[in-house]
Design a protein around this ligand. Structure first.
Ligand SMILES: C[S@@+](CC[C@H](N)C(=O)[O-])C[C@H]1O[C@@H](n2cnc3c(N)ncnc32)[C@H](O)[C@@H]1O
Length: 220
């Protein structure tokens, strides 16, 4: 049985730890700066500016931090964003409500964040130009049928969940990507880079968020 606890990252913002596998939901150096660097700056803001709308797939909804940061960015981009996210173990609201995220990006986003968690799975939920579609399923079994421009690959690390970084799963992700799509992940593992190349991605190693040397961006 999973046990989830709140821990503070070095920048003061909370994250969670799954004590069964001893894995954090974000870097202990800073949840916000990691999400902003890996997924927003090197993913969302690095995409082809001419895309009329952006279809994002997230592996692991978790606390919803990437989702709310992407929503916030959709204002700046002024583009439709379709955000599909897969999660096998949704977190209880009792935990979500205790996170101190809004000390970091303002109380105005709190009602949106709560609706993102409260809304039904397998139904589109519209927040202005941002459409959220949450899939409550196991990534290993779920058949992806979308066509994505950007993938936030935010699974637990290959050390703890190697099956989520396998050739079969990453190939399934590759097949669901449009030409020119990008996959970004905090992970910089050599074996993961080799697997991404084998499935057909062009792989770049980029500087990581603060206190982490590298991250991966892969393009189709
Ligand atoms: C690193 S955390 C994601 C953090 C999240 N993106 C956030 O912003 O809080 C990994 C997430 O993947 C989920 N997960 C683990 N195995 C999964 C699987 N086989 N299928 C779908 N989700 C899975 C976990 O429950 C956890 O929420």
């Amino acid at each position: 049985m999973d046990s989830i606890e709140i821990v503070k990252t070095k920048e003061g913002i909370d994250t969670l730890i799954n004590t069964r596998i001893n894995e954090h939901y974000h870097s202990l150096h800073g949840a916000m700066q990691e999400s902003m660097h890996v997924f927003i700056k090197n993913g969302l803001l690095a995409l082809n500016k001419n895309l009329p709308e952006i279809k994002i797939l997230e592996m692991g909804f978790g606390t919803g931090l990437n989702a709310i940061l992407t929503y916030r960015e959709s204002y700046v981009l002024q583009k439709q964003i379709h955000y599909t996210t897969i999660e096998s173990s949704p977190l209880p609201m009792a935990i979500i409500n205790k996170l101190n995220y809004f000390e970091y990006f303002g109380k105005a986003l709190l009602p949106i964040f709560q609706r993102m968690h409260d809304c039904n799975w397998f139904e589109n939920m519209t927040f202005g130009d941002f459409v959220l579609f949450k899939i409550n399923a196991d990534m290993l079994e779920f058949k992806l049928d979308g066509s994505y421009d950007l993938v936030y690959y935010d699974a637990f690390s290959p050390t703890h969940q190697p099956e989520l970084w396998s050739f079969e799963v990453l190939q399934k992700v590759y097949d669901s990507c449009n030409k020119g799509a990008m996959l970004v992940t905090y992970c910089a593992n050599g074996e993961v880079k080799r697997t991404l190349k084998k499935v057909g991605f062009a792989v770049e190693t980029l500087p990581g968020p603060k206190w982490k040397r590298e991250m991966i961006r892969a393009s189709k």
